[in-house]
Design a protein around this ligand. Structure first.
Ligand code: SF4
Ligand code: SF4
Length: 120
């Protein structure tokens, strides 16, 4: 089983545009989208926000997460960059670069692949 954390866009989460983050939970449970690579099972150990624009708080937040998980004898195998960030964040290239430099685990660009083809 792969244990992962999802990094989400704070603005999108705060405005409930993916209500209760249902899309990522559904995709992970069904091993769809970018979760398909995990093959047998994936456990989401957390969904954390970027900390708000421009995303400078990502690294300290990940450090805190790592420390807290360690207190439960847990460790993640991968960080998924949420589809919210991949599709809508103007700062995503920088955020992904920083995480890839610092994370020390696999960084996967994307989560669910659900979405309407056109607006209307
Ligand atoms: S893409 Fe995933 S992590 Fe981002 S807001 Fe939607 S459900 Fe939450
Ligand atoms: S930095 Fe990107 S991911 Fe974070 S709140 Fe701003 S737009 Fe969303």
């Amino acid at each position: 089983m792969k244990k992962v954390v999802i990094l989400a866009c704070e603005r999108i989460r705060n405005q409930n545009l993916c209500v209760a983050c249902n899309k990522c939970f559904v995709a992970a449970n069904k091993l769809e989208g970018e979760f398909a690579r995990h093959k047998d099972e994936v456990a989401i150990l957390g969904i954390m926000n970027c900390g708000g624009c421009p995303g400078n708080l990502v690294v300290p937040s990940l450090v805190l997460l790592s420390m807290q998980l360690a207190s439960f004898n847990e460790k993640i195998d991968a960080v998924h960059i949420g589809t919210c960030i991949m599709r809508f964040c103007p700062n995503k290239d920088n955020i992904i670069k920083i995480i890839k430099e610092k994370a020390g685990v696999e960084v996967i660009e994307g989560t669910h692949t659900y979405g309407k083809g056109t607006i209307f």
